[in-house]
Every structure is written in C-alpha cells, then in structure tokens.
Design a protein around this ligand. Structure first.
Ligand code: SF4
Length: 395
C-alpha cells in the first residue's frame, strides 16, 4: 500500500503507474479505454516546451491513440453527468430544507480532509461521484461497456480503464471502497507526458485534429470549466437555472466565481440563494472557522488546490508566475467556443438518461453514480496506534 495520506490532502505521492499501463497496452489482451480530465489538455503542452495555456486537446488524443488505447474518452462527459445529478440533488435539498449548504464532492483532496478533520460536514457533501469515478463506472459497468469488451475471452472481456488526471489524490480516490473496480490505473498529466516521451512520440509534430470517441466523449463548455476554481459551481448554476425555468433571466457567465487568486468567492443567485467558492483547502479552513456558513450559503464548492485542478499536483511544474492564470484563460476559452455550454444540453447525456438511467437521482442513477462517505482516521494516526501496540507486545 501507499501511505498517500501523509499529506493532508493526499496529493504528494506519485508512483510510476505508467510502466504498468504500457505493459497492459502492449499485451493486447483486453480492450482499453482512457479518459482525460479537463485540466490536462491545457497544461500537457508545457512538458513539450509549449506556452502555458496552449490548448492541446487534439494532439493529446492523437498521442493517446499512438500509445495504443482503443478508445479515447472525455472525463468531461461525466462532468456533465455530475452536474445533472448534483444540480438535482441541490434542488431536492432546497425543497426539503435538508443538509444545506450542499458541498461539492468531486475533489478527493477535499473529501479526504473532511473525512479526517471535519466529519460533522459529511452529511452536507453531495453524494454524487466525481467525474473520474462516474466515467469509470460507465465504461466498466454501463450498458455500453458490454459492447466494448465484446469478442474478448471471458475474464478478459471487461475493458481496461485508465484515467489521466491533474491530480495525485485521484490515485487514492480510485482505490476507495465501493469504487475501486471502476478505474484500473490513474496517470497524472506529467506521467502521460513521460509515457509519450518514452515511446518516442513527437508530440509537437502531431496533428491537432484528434477527436474523442463517442458515446462517453461528448461534452459541453460547462464540463470543461470543472478544471478551474469556481467552475463546478458555475456549471451547477447554469443547469439549475434551466431546471427552475430561470434560464433566460439568470446569466450564463458568473465572473464573480472565477479567478485563481482570491481565496473565497461568493455570488448571489437571485431568487435561490448565495453560493461560495473555496479556492484551496486553506480558504475552506477559513470559511469553516466559525459557524456562519451554515446559514449564509446554499451551496459551497471546495477544491483543495489553489486555482482548482489546473493547479493540481500532477500538472507540469512551471517557472511562469502567471501559469495558473494562463491555464485558466485556456479553460474558459474552450467553454466560450463550445456550441453547448449547459450540461443538460449534452445529447449523449440525454440519451443515457432516456435509455439507461431514467432521470437524474433515479434509483438506477443512484446505484451507478452515487457514493457515500465515512469518518476515517488518518493513516499516520493508525500507524502510531499500531506501533504503540507492537511496543506493548514486545515489552
Ligand atoms: Fe485533485 Fe483537483 Fe482536488 Fe487538486 S483540486 S486535489 S487536482 S481534484
């Protein structure tokens, strides 16, 4: 096992999983699928000498195909799905006046911190799985998964699922009880770059025309902004506005919620309530220091890394003091250029509900797309208890 939790947000350990990935791809014994997080595509170019904020989506997809992945999917598909589930959950809680404010749950650094330090907040967390977990569950166990592994021998017919994340804590998330079967290996953005280099693929010379496979590849601009602090909340607000029939009166762009420098950001959603963003775990600690958050807000987004995932521990290291700002601009540029910018408009997500999941928060959706949390002791604490017991046994 890895002692991932020595770092309070579980974000310091990086093991070379890419060796395992290369071996598995080379064996060709299972159909393979990879999903790529939104913050990866605006940063991976830096590993190849490109400027921060270079959008490399098409190149990265072509590189993944050359590495041998049979299917290249987009984590953003599941981010749209997360919004459908989390937006519905928020409206239900508002109706019942229960467990408010709702806290977002897609950042495992934040979840680990709550489970260890603030179990009183557990009932407030959204039960919606993170996009990585959701995408893995759909690729492995959704109806479409059966067609993926068709033709392979029994025991090898389950797709081999890899995710590329800006985040080392996502490795820990993929090992959580109840979801550990959904993603086989998690690579960081830097590890993917290492793999590309090790295989002699000339990233800069690749065409920019790569496209994701479908289904599980389509996404909206709302999913892309998950990679920046404030993006999950903005995406929730865009779709919740549609759910309550206020799409025309509420804005699409929520500039108050954006930005990588401010610790706590807030906005009033007229007729609904006030929301807050905690940009980094230190900002969350500040917000939670007194009890006023309980009455002041209806929903709070927390991302453990400053800037959100674009500042994640698995992203390229940069000497550019503006790096977070530049990656953020690239993320909102992708959103701005998207033909659809609200998660409910994702046509493959609509099809998934029509054919497989009924509707957001249905029993079927709960089975596949939701999870639960429990208080846990830090591994350091457990280690100290263990050493203590050994000590007593020896004496
Ligand atoms: Fe990982 Fe993103 Fe959370 Fe950082 S903010 S720990 S990169 S999920």
């Amino acid at each position: 096992g890895q002692c991932t939790l020595v770092c309070p947000v579980g974000a310091l350990i990086e093991t070379p999983h890419w060796h395992d990935v290369i071996h598995t791809l080379d064996s060709h014994r299972r159909v393979s699928a990879v999903q790529v997080a939104p913050a990866t595509r605006v940063a991976i170019g830096e590993e190849f000498g490109m400027k921060p904020g270079t959008i490399s989506t098409g190149r990265m997809i072509n590189a993944l195909r050359q590495l041998g992945f049979d299917y290249v999917f987009d984590t953003n598909f599941a981010a749209d799905l997360t919004i459908m589930e989390e937006g519905t959950e928020l409206l239900a809680r508002l109706k019942e006046h229960k467990n408010l404010p709702l806290f977002t749950s897609c950042c495992p650094g934040w979840i680990n911190w709550v489970e260890i330090h603030r179990p009183d907040i557990l009932p407030h967390l959204s039960t919606t799985k993170s996009p990585q977990q959701m995408h893995g569950a759909l690729t492995k166990r959704g109806a479409f998964a059966k067609s993926l592994g068709a033709g392979f021998a029994e025991g090898e017919d389950e797709p081999y699922v890899v995710s590329v994340m800006p985040c080392t804590a996502k490795k820990d998330e993929a090992q959580r009880p109840g979801v550990s079967e959904d993603v086989d290996h998690v690579l960081t953005t830097r590890e993917l770059a290492r793999m590309i280099k090790a295989r002699g693929i000339k990233f800069n010379a690749l065409e920019e025309d790569g496209e994701f496979d479908n289904p599980l590849g389509e996404s909206t601009g709302a999913a892309q902004i998950f990679g920046a602090s404030g993006g999950v909340m903005e995406a929730v607000v865009r779709t919740a506005a549609h759910f309550i029939g206020e799409e025309d009166s509420l804005p699409m762009d929520w500039h108050q919620l954006r930005g990588v420098h401010q610790g706590i950001k807030t906005a009033e959603i007229s007729g609904v309530g006030k929301v807050a963003i905690c940009n980094g775990i230190a900002a969350a600690q500040r917000l939670l220091a007194d009890e006023s958050w309980r009455d002041e807000f209806i929903a709070i987004e927390v991302m453990a890394c400053v800037g959100g995932c674009l500042g994640g521990g698995g992203e390229p290291k940069s000497m550019d003091p503006q790096v977070l700002q530049k990656r953020m601009q690239a993320i909102y540029q992708i959103d701005q250029n998207s033909p659809r910018r609200r998660s409910y408009e994702n046509r493959d997500v609509q099809t998934l509900y029509a054919t497989e999941l009924d509707q957001p928060n249905s029993a079927k959706a709960h089975k596949l797309l939701h999870t639960h949390y429990a208080p846990r002791h830090s591994k350091r604490l457990l280690l100290m208890q263990f050493l203590d017991s050994v000590d007593r046994r020896d004496s």
